[in-house]
Every structure is written in structure tokens, then in C-alpha cells.
Write a protein that binds this ligand. Structure first.
Ligand code: ADP
Ligand code: ZN
Length: 710
């Protein structure tokens, strides 16, 4: 069989997937042919398969270099579940166990070996490698070789000699974070000049980005997210300080949330325990400083919340990237306020770095702030920052879902700037607002600012609106925070056209994150509407199987696989084997158990076709019918018929598909009900004068018949 055919077969039989993603096939072909590869793919993009499959196909064992022990162990557990002979060699292993693995290596019994770099480069291990057949070397997290990057590992430098020692063994270097300079450094340091490059986009379409500024009831909003949107699901909550971590975790615990703190001030033992519980137990929320996350490979983290502003978009992207690695819908929610900017600026100022470095840091902070204050698609801006391109707004960020209302804020902006100017460009936002609002304050009187022309001229906006305006002025670079980090504001050169009235400023109305226009209902329990009892039962079964073996639940099946089971409702082992994520080995081990669960709970009479399932999947990612149609190059009416199927089966709620006002909806339903048992759409369409699409009508009918049936 050709390498290509073989790869597909392994994909189906071992991993249970039906098709390759983006460039996986090409990368695999390249390695099977014995060539080197450099792979840049976002987190969750599917890097592992790129070296796992060729390791199974090429003779010999695939050696995977990885810096993170937790990550290695996870992969090995997952591979064993799939019937692959995999092992990990690292410092956490007892000598006895290590010896056994070496024995297996010599006897050619292993297909994949994960090994820490320092272990790989020891003389004894190099000698061992000389005696066995090696399928390939995979260098994971290859950016660790870069001295300028944030994860530099000196041991990685030595990996350059692999090429000289084993010139005929293909190598693949993989990373999710590499800008141009880092990429060059990887190539140079690892001698990958001959390697083919596979650079995928950075987009993580299943992550929904949301940002909320200056919110007073953050804790309540956080609790709502955890309890209503993602009950029983795993998530990460990032805070800037250890103290805030402790406070927040304690508060969440008092509200009945399984929340665990994590920061560098805790003992190693407690940290490890908390991390393990997060990995092993379902529904754990970890509250952490940025010390948490490196090497966390948990695929089913459903949300990442930032309670403070991250220091750069790089950090934000890396941290939010820990959500939804399994490809199922996930959420990144950021709360921030101006105080964060001031605090972070102080961090920069007080650091020991040189001036050039400080300047870069503070520019990064400004870009981060700019992102928060956007009134256009967040994903477009985020990807543009990383040099990637998204030509249309994404449809899955807060701005796309709930476009902010804007109005002309030029005059108010002029007042704000002028107020900063007249008070000497050294006061902070709160003071300036007090002056604008004409507050009766001793401090203002002391400085004589109750006598200046901008005193009390700001009655058109309230306190909160002024704060929003100041944030936008800072984010857009009209005002700069003082270098010392006291929060004083000074005018920049960029102000002039605005002050002269040559430029206008669009002011964003403040919104709260509570308002979600669509897709909101769909996130309950990680599953959209419908049969949550079945969903819970499937998860229950998974948990039980996981506990029996002492492995994390996601090692048994990912959420995405359980969702596919719900949607396609297999009734035989053969049908079960076709579910994405169910390979031959897992089918054998767990097929029966899950078929029984499916049989016991609400059945779907005719399984959904693939095309219907795909549309429903996109709906779940937050796209509406029109967007799905565009994306899939289908007619909207076709997509609506898919939605109608989903509604019939109770997989989708009508209000997630159709946005009609209540009155009109009722009118249409009345028209349908008048017809009696057999509802025909033609007459309804006619009565409405063709103003409502047939597809929409089909969805409404589906909902009616479901209700009538039950
Ligand atoms: P990365 O290492 O790039 O962050 P992984 O290799 O862990 O990502 O893959 C992320 C998820 O996507 C895993 O759950 C994996 O099983 C799944 N996956 C990878 N390739 C495919 C594919 N071709 N079809 C379906 N799922 C896939
Ligand atoms: Zn968007």
C-alpha cells in the first residue's frame, strides 16, 4: 500500500478519525519519505498526529523529545488507550521502570518513546540509540531552543547534534508559538535548513473571545459563567496577584464551586496536587497566576477567564489558547480596568530591564489595551497582530455577536483632552472626571481647578461613560499614562487633529458581558440544548471508566466524541466505529458500554447525515444559518433544513436558529396550527407574502411537531 493510503488507514483504525486536517497529510507524507519538516500549528491544531502516524508506519521507534513531563505522560496514556505501544522516559521514573523501557527498546517492542531532552543527550542513551532502529525524531515545543523566546531550555541546544549522529533519520520540529525571528532561530540551531516548512494559520475558531471593561459585579458574572454556561466543566481563571488568586478561589468555594488555587507562593506539594485534581477530576476550576499552564495539555478546558489584563497579546493568546484544545466550543473572557494598566505599567517601570526593553514592554501593553477597546472583530485584530489574515469578521467574538453601538464622541473627547491639559497633565482618570463633572471636592479646590474652564462642563456623560471614554482615548493613543506608573495622563501628539476637529472619535457604548445575543443557550453543560440527560449519562459512563483505570476522563473519549455520539446516535458496533474519535482499540474496549447508554436514553430514529451534523456543529460554534451557508457554500434554505432536523431531534433550540420577534413567531405558529395535523408550508409562505424564508418556516414547523409529539 502507498504511504498515503497507509496513513489514512492508521488515522481511521487507530485514531478513529475520518479525515486529515489542514496540512497533516502532507507533513506525514514528508516524514514517511524520510524528509525533515518544520511545523507551525496553533494549539489544538493536531500536531501530535503528524509524528505519531509516521512513527507507526516507518520501521523502528519514533523518538519524541518533549520538555514537559506532564505532557508526555498524558500523551502516553492516550496512545495506550488507542492500542499503541508507547512509553515515556523521564526523571520521574523509578530506575527499575527505566530499565524495563530500555529493554523494550532493544527488543523493538516500542512504537513511540517520549523522552526529556537531557535524558536523550546522555552518552549512555546515545549509545543505546545506536543499537536500535529509529523511525524519526520529533522535537516538540521547538521554540524552547530559542534563547530569545520565553521558554528557553538550554538542553535543547544540544539537539543540533542529532542530525550529525543520525543523518538518515528524518526530524520534525513542532511549535505553536514562533514569530519570524524565533522560526529562523529554530531552523539554524536545529540544522533544519533542508526541512520543508508547514506554517498554518493561528486561528482557533472554536474559541469565543469576549472582553468586558470596568465591571463592578465581576464575581457574579464569573459565577454565572461557571454555573450557568459551563456547569460541571473545567476552566482556568487567571489573576494578576497571588492574593487575588487566594481570595477568588476561596470565594468560589463558598459559592459551591470546585475551585482550586495555584500560584508560585504555594508549596510544591499543594501545587502538584491541585494541578493533578484539575487534570483528573471533572468540573474543576483552577484559579491561578500565570505560573499555571505551561505543559497543561488538558483538551477539555471549556473556559479561560482573565480577571486582570494580561501584559501582552502574546501572553493573552497563549493563555486563552489553553481553552478548547479538543476543538469543541470554548470561551475566553477577559475583564479589565484601567487600574490594571497602571499596575502593569508600574511592573515594567520597576523592572531591572534596560530602557529599550522597557519600551517594548510598554508598547506591548498598549497593543493589549487597544485590543480590549476595539469596536471591530476581535479575532481579526488578534490574528493581524500575529501576521495572519482573516478576511471577514469571525462571527464568534463579542463584537461580532453583539456589535457595540457607537456614537460621535468627538466633542466629549475634546473636553476630556482639554481638561487633562488645563490641569497640568499630571492627574489620573478619576480626578479628571471629577473636574469634568464639577464635583465639590477639597482637592480640586486646593489646586484651584474649580476655576478652570473645563470645570463642570461634562454633564452629558455620567461617571461610567467618562471612564469608558478615557479608556478609549488611552487605548487609541491620544492620552498616555505617565512613565512612573502613578496613573497621570498626558496628551500625545496624536491629539492635535482631534482637538482641531479634523478627526472624529467614535465612542463605544458600554455593554456588559451578560448580554449575549445568540448561541447563549447552546453552551449549557457543554452541549447545545436538547437531550442533556443523555449527555450527562455519557459523561457519567466516561468518568466511571476513567476512574477504574486511574486516568483522566478525556483519555477515554473527548467531549467532541461524546457529542458526535449524541448527534449520530449509533446503534451497532459498526456504527459506533464510524464515530470520530473511536478507533479500533477503543471500540473494542468501550463500544459496548456506550452503546448501552445510548440505547437507554432518548433515541434518534434516523441518524443524522454527515452534512446535517456538520451544519449543526458550526451552529454550535456560534455561527448563524446565513454564515454557515456562506462558509459551506450552500444555499441558506438548505442549511435551514439541516437546522430543522436538529430541532426535530431536540439537539438545537428554535431560538438559537431563528431570530423573529415573539409576536411574529406566534402568528406564524397559529397559521400552522390552524392547518391541523398535517402542516404544509406553502400556504403559510403565501399568507406571509413570501417575507419569511421556507427554511425558517421549516424550523418553526419542526419545533411545533416536536412539541406536539412530546
Ligand atoms: P496540538 O498538539 O497541536 O495542540 P493535538 O495534537 O493535541 O494538538 O490535537 C488536538 C486535538 O485534535 C486532539 O484531541 C486530537 O485528537 C484532535 N485531532 C487531531 N487531528 C485530528 C483529525 N484529523 N481529525 C479529528 N481530530 C483530530
Ligand atoms: Zn469576530
Amino acid at each position: 500500500m502507498s504511504g498515503r493510503g497507509q496513513a489514512r488507514k492508521v488515522l481511521e483504525q487507530v485514531f478513529g478519525y475520518t479525515s486529515f486536517r489542514a496540512s497533516q497529510q502532507e507533513i506525514i507524507d514528508c516524514l514517511i519519505a524520510g524528509e525533515d519538516a518544520l511545523v507551525l500549528m496553533p494549539t489544538g491544531g493536531g500536531k501530535s498526529l503528524c509524528y505519531q502516524i509516521p512513527s507507526l508506519i516507518r520501521p523502528g521507534v519514533g523518538i519524541v523529545v518533549s520538555p514537559l513531563i506532564a505532557l508526555m505522560q498524558d500523551q502516553v496514556l492516550a496512545l495506550r488507550q488507542q492500542g499503541v505501544a508507547a512509553a515515556a522516559l523521564n526523571s520521574s521514573l523509578a530506575p527499575e521502570a527505566a530499565r524495563e523501557i530500555k529493554q523494550q527498546l532493544l527488543q523493538g517492542e516500542l512504537q513511540l518513546l517520549y523522552v526529556a531532552p537531557e535524558r536523550l543527550m546522555t552518552d549512555s542513551f546515545q549509545a543505546l540509540l545506536q543499537q536500535i532502529q529509529i523511525a524519526l525524531f520529533a522535537i516538540d515545543e521547538a521554540h524552547c531552543v530559542s534563547q530569545w523566546g520565553h521558554d528557553f531550555r538550554p538542553e535543547y541546544i544540544q539537539l543540533s547534534t542529532l542530525h550529525q549522529t543520525f543523518p538518515r533519520v528524518p526530524r520534525i520540529a513542532l511549535t505553536a508559538t514562533a514569530d519570524e525571528p524565533t522560526r529562523k532561530e529554530i531552523i539554524q540551531r536545529l540544522n533544519l535548513e533542508q526541512a520543508r516548512h508547514f506554517i498554518s494559520g493561528f486561528d482557533r475558531p472554536n474559541i469565543r473571545y469576549r472582553v468586558a471593561a470596568d465591571n463592578s459585579n465581576i464575581r457574579q458574572q464569573l459565577l454565572r459563567l461557571i454555573e450557568l454556561d459551563y456547569p460541571g466543566q473545567a476552566g482556568i481563571v487567571y489573576c494578576l496577584s497571588r492574593r487575588k488568586v487566594d481570595d477568588t478561589a476561596a470565594w468560589l468555594q463558598r459559592q459551591g464551586v470546585k475551585a482550586l488555587p495555584y500560584h508560585a507562593g504555594m508549596s510544591q506539594q499543594v501545587r502538584t496536587d491541585n494541578q493533578n485534581r484539575f487534570l483528573q477530576e471533572e468540573g474543576t476550576v483552577i484559579v491561578a497566576t500565570i505560573a499555571f499552564g505551561m505543559g497543561i495539555d488538558k483538551p477539555d478546558v471549556r473556559f479561560v477567564v482573565h480577571l486582570n489584563l494580561p501584559k501582552s497579546l502574546e501572553a493573552y493568546y497563549q493563555e486563552t489558547g489553553r481553552a478548547g484544545r479538543d476543538g469543541a466550543p470554548a470561551e475566553a473572557l477577559l475583564f479589565y480596568n484601567l487600574q490594571d494598566v497602571i499596575t502593569l505599567r508600574q511592573f515594567v517601570e520597576q523592572s531591572d530591564a534596560d530602557e529599550a526593553h522597557k519600551r517594548i514592554e510598554s508598547q506591548k501593553l498598549e497593543r493589549m489595551l487597544g485590543y480590549c477597546e476595539l469596536s471591530s472583530c476581535r479575532r481579526q485584530a488578534l490574528l493581524a497582530y500575529f501576521g495572519d489574515h482573516l478576511h471577514a469578521p469571525c462571527g464568534n467574538c463579542d463584537i461580532c455577536l453583539n456589535p457595540p453601538k457607537t456614537r460621535d464622541g468627538t466633542e466629549a473627547a475634546q473636553k476630556a483632552l482639554s481638561c487633562a491639559h488645563r490641569t497640568g497633565q499630571r492627574f489620573g482618570v478619576n480626578y479628571l472626571i471629577d473636574v469634568l463633572l464639577g464635583k465639590d471636592s477639597p482637592r480640586i479646590q486646593q489646586f484651584g481647578h474649580d476655576k478652570i474652564s473645563t470645570f463642570g462642563i461634562g454633564g452629558e456623560l455620567n461617571q461610567k461613560q467618562w471612564r469608558g471614554l478615557f479608556r478609549q482615548l488611552i487605548a487609541q493613543g491620544y492620552l498616555a499614562l505617565d512613565q512612573e506608573g502613578h496613573g497621570g495622563l498626558r496628551l500625545t501628539d496624536a491629539c492635535r487633529p482631534l482637538l482641531r476637529g479634523e478627526q472624529t472619535l467614535l465612542l463605544r457604548e458600554e455593554t456588559t458581558v451578560g448580554k449575549k445575543k445568540k448561541g447563549a443557550a447552546g453552551r449549557k453543560g457543554g452541549y447545545r440544548g436538547g437531550n442533556t440527560r443523555l449527555w450527562e449519562a455519557l459523561r457519567e459512563k466516561r468518568l466511571q471508566l476513567a476512574q477504574e483505570q486511574g486516568v483522566p476522563p478525556y483519555v477515554i473519549f473527548h467531549d467532541a466524541t461524546l457529542m458526535a455520539m449524541m448527534e449520530q446516535h449509533p446503534q451497532t458496533m459498526e456504527q459506533m466505529g464510524r464515530i470520530s474519535g473511536v478507533g479500533a482499540h477503543k471500540l473494542d474496549a468501550y463500544g459496548d458500554a456506550f452503546l448501552q447508554v445510548l440505547a437507554a436514553y432518548g433515541r434518534v430514529d434516523t441518524p443524522l447525515t454527515e452534512t446535517v451534523a456538520e451544519s449543526l456543529e458550526l451552529l454550535r460554534l456560534g455561527l448563524d444559518a446565513e454564515e454557515i451557508a456562506r462558509r459551506r457554500a450552500l444555499k441558506p434554505s438548505t442549511v435551514y433544513t439541516h437546522m430543522a432536523r436538529g430541532i426535530e431531534e431536540g439537539l438545537v433550540a428554535l431560538q438559537d436558529v431563528v431570530a423573529l420577534d415573539a409576536e411574529r413567531m406566534e402568528f406564524i405558529q397559529d397559521l400552522m396550527l390552524e392547518q391541523g395535523a398535517e402542516i404544509r408550508l406553502g400556504p403559510v409562505f403565501e399568507t406571509l407574502g413570501g417575507s419569511v424564508d421556507y427554511g425558517v418556516l421549516a424550523c418553526i414547523r419542526a419545533e411545533l411537531s416536536r412539541r406536539l409529539d412530546s
